[in-house]
Every structure is written in structure tokens, then in C-alpha cells.
Write a protein that binds this ligand. Structure first.
Ligand code: GLN
Length: 387
């Protein structure tokens, strides 16, 4: 007899976020790697969670989510996107977007299917796809514009294509795909009849006056899109792990079948607080954008002055930099040197792609206090020999 692990998971290491955060603490580094804000989300939202913990039931909430949260999600989709969502049949609450993604992929992929991943790709998608027995097909985006090209996408579609994973705003590259790119994707998805699992966790973090337009609002997409959101991102509370999936009733029914055996439910007090939070007024959402945009600009200016080529960031917590003018090393080596020697943790981009990656790009998280961003830049300045 032998204990044989699942081959997909046995082949994995630890996520680059955990690795870099561990190196950051080991070296006492400024952590601009893993994506989390270093201040807590709104006090009123946290107070609702605290009160609910003491005053409401702490037993299993309904499997699909607290009715109040499902209603709040429906109201949110109507308010921001003009969507009519049935809270009873079209919303599922999960334990973070991570669970929402896993449940969605497991619900719709079987051995022999193909799934298209847009690379760079957030790291949780690929192992789950592989573990379903489906074959991943990779659609590479190229820096610095990271455009979705129709001919490249069309070339990957076969009669086995079951779904595509979209992420907009995009982690790690910081793109918000344009209406034209999304319309092109929607056209191909409708023509070739595949599902899109649309990871939109940064929907409220889009900058410079842009608007996030969910893929589900495009023609033909209502019946073939699962829209995934995360309270962690919308309320700067990444430890909460409250995710939300919206989609057509038949799609949500299938995702719920997986969810019931992955986690079944999500802590009810956090759900109650997220229900409250989603109803916050426009100034909250505008303030979040203005605040993060100012941090982006602060860090970008600091890094540019050091010789990093800062790529445009249209949304998310992240900016990417080309460091070719500072080093010829590969990105993992460079990031490891920065954390150990300069005392600044970042995230290399190569873990987000399969195979060769010729670019010299690292990701910085700017969801940090000004003093922390400034300290990171100051350390890099000292390290690279500036004033
Ligand atoms: N999404 C976060 C990031 O991109 C990390 C989440 C995690 O550590 N799993 O940095």
C-alpha cells in the first residue's frame, strides 16, 4: 500500500504570494508583494459584523447565502450596472472569490473539455482546471498593452472549448479590458457557445474615470457568464473571504451543487456586514477609487524616478514595472534579491504563466499607507545607489 497524493496538487509549490510574504517577514522587508491593504476597511462595516456576531445567529446560514446579502447583491447589480438579478435564483454567496472560482470551474469542466486561460493568469485558476481533467489552452497577452487579440483567441477555440476565464480588472497586469475587447470576447463566446467565468473582484477599483463594465451585460452573455465578486476587495477586508457569484439560474444551480460540498456556507456575521456595506453611498465607492488612485500615482512616480519603467495601471491594487534598465536577471531572481538585499518584497510575473516568459516584470502592490510606499521607494533608492 502507498499513500499517493493527487498528481495535480502534488506538483504544486506554495503560492508566490505566501512565499514572498514569508520572505518579507524573514528579511524585515516592506511588503509590496501580496495584495492586501495595510489598513482595515470601513469601521461601520466592521461594527455591523461585530454586532451580528453577538446578537444574531451563529448557526449555519442558508446554503446559498443570507437572504439579506443576496438581496444586497441584487440591489448592487441594479444600482451599478442596471442589471435585474433575482436574489433567490441568481446569487450565490461563497467563502471568498477563491471558492467561487473553484466551484464554478468544477461545476462546468469534465475530462476531455478545454478551458481557455488568459495569461498572465491569477494563480488559482490553472490547478483547479487541471484537476477537473480538462485541458487548459493559453491565450498570452503581451506587455506593455496587454491587449486581447481576436485572432489569437479565435485560434484557440475548438469544439471542445467549454469555458474561458476572464479577469477584469486584471491581476497582475492592472488592465481594465475595453468595451471593444469585451464585445469581441462576447461575440466569440456566443458564436461558439461557451461559458465565461468572469473574475471581477476588482470591479470597484478602476481608475482615471473609467467605468467597469461587467461581461454579463454584453449581448448574449446573460446566459453564459458567471460574474464573481469579492467583499475582500470592495471593502479592503481581504481576510473576510466573502465571495459572490451572479448568473443565470441554471448556471447558479450547478455552482451551488459544488459549493454545498466545498464549504456549504460562509460566516453569517460577515455576510450581514457585507450586505450592509454594499448599500454604502456613492461617496464610499468614489473615495475608495480616489484613495487607491492617489497611492498608485505616488508609488509610480517614486519607482519611475529610480529607473523602473512603470506600465500603465487602469485598475486593481497593482502596478507592474519593467526593470530591464536596472537588471538583466530573470524576475524570480530579481524579486528574491530585492526582498533580501533591498528590503522590499514584490511579486515576479513568471509564476502567472506556463512556459517561457522572456519579460523582466515585477508587480508592486500600492494598497499601502503613504509612509509605507515612501519607505519602500526610499529603500530601493538606497539600494540602487541613488541619493
Ligand atoms: N490576490 C492576492 C494577490 O494577488 C493574494 C491572495 C493570496 O495570497 N492568495 O496578491
Amino acid at each position: 500500500m502507498s499513500i499517493t497524493p493527487n498528481a495535480t496538487f502534488a506538483a504544486l509549490g506554495t503560492t508566490v504570494f505566501t512565499v514572498m510574504s514569508a520572505l518579507a517577514s524573514e528579511h524585515g522587508a516592506v511588503n509590496l508583494g501580496q495584495g492586501f491593504p495595510d489598513t482595515d476597511g470601513p469601521e461601520d462595516v466592521r461594527a455591523v459584523a461585530a454586532r451580528a456576531l453577538m446578537e444574531h445567529s451563529n448557526q449555519y446560514p442558508p446554503m446559498r447565502g443570507l437572504p439579506a446579502l443576496r438581496q444586497a447583491v441584487a440591489d448592487h447589480e441594479a444600482r451599478f450596472y442596471g442589471l435585474a438579478v433575482d436574489p433567490d435564483r441568481q446569487v450565490l454567496v461563497t467563502s471568498g472569490a477563491t471558492e467561487a472560482l473553484t466551484a464554478s470551474l468544477m461545476a462546468f469542466l469534465s475530462p476531455g473539455d478545454e478551458a481557455i486561460l488568459i495569461e498572465p493568469a491569477y494563480d488559482s485558476y490553472l490547478p483547479i482546471i487541471r484537476n477537473t481533467g480538462a485541458t487548459p489552452r493559453f491565450l498570452r497577452l503581451d506587455p506593455p498593452h496587454w491587449r486581447l487579440e481576436e485572432d489569437r483567441l479565435a485560434a484557440l477555440i475548438t469544439d471542445k472549448t467549454r469555458l474561458l476565464v476572464l479577469n477584469t480588472p486584471h491581476n497582475p497586469v492592472g488592465r481594465v479590458f475595453s468595451d471593444e475587447e469585451l464585445a469581441m470576447l462576447a461575440r466569440l463566446a456566443a458564436t461558439h457557445d461557451f461559458l465565461v467565468v468572469s473574475d471581477e473582484v476588482y470591479e470597484h477599483l478602476v481608475f482615471d474615470g473609467r467605468r467597469h463594465r461587467p461581461l454579463i451585460t454584453f449581448p448574449g452573455m446573460a446566459e453564459r457568464t458567471l460574474k464573481i465578486a469579492s467583499a475582500g476587495k470592495t471593502f479592503s477586508l481581504t481576510g473576510w473571504k466573502v465571495g459572490m457569484v451572479t448568473g443565470a439560474p441554471a448556471l447558479i444551480d450547478q455552482v451551488a451543487k459544488v459549493h454545498q460540498f466545498l464549504t456549504f456556507t460562509t460566516p453569517p456575521n460577515l455576510q450581514a456586514a457585507v450586505a450592509y456595506g454594499l448599500g454604502k453611498d456613492d461617496s464610499y465607492y468614489a473615495g475608495l477609487v480616489a484613495d487607491m488612485q492617489a497611492r498608485r500615482d505616488r508609488l509610480a512616480a517614486g519607482l519611475a524616478a529610480l529607473g523602473f519603467d512603470v506600465l500603465p495601471t487602469e485598475g486593481t491594487y497593482f502596478l507592474t514595472c519593467d526593470y530591464s534598465r536596472l537588471s538583466g536577471e530573470d524576475d524570480v531572481t530579481f524579486a528574491r534579491r530585492l526582498v533580501a538585499e533591498a528590503g522590499v518584497a514584490t511579486i515576479p510575473l513568471s509564476p502567472f504563466v506556463e512556459g517561457d516568459w522572456p519579460h523582466r516584470l515585477i508587480r508592486f502592490c500600492f494598497a499601502k499607507q503613504d509612509v509605507v510606499l515612501d519607505e519602500g521607494v526610499a529603500r530601493l533608492r538606497r539600494y540602487f545607489g541613488g541619493a
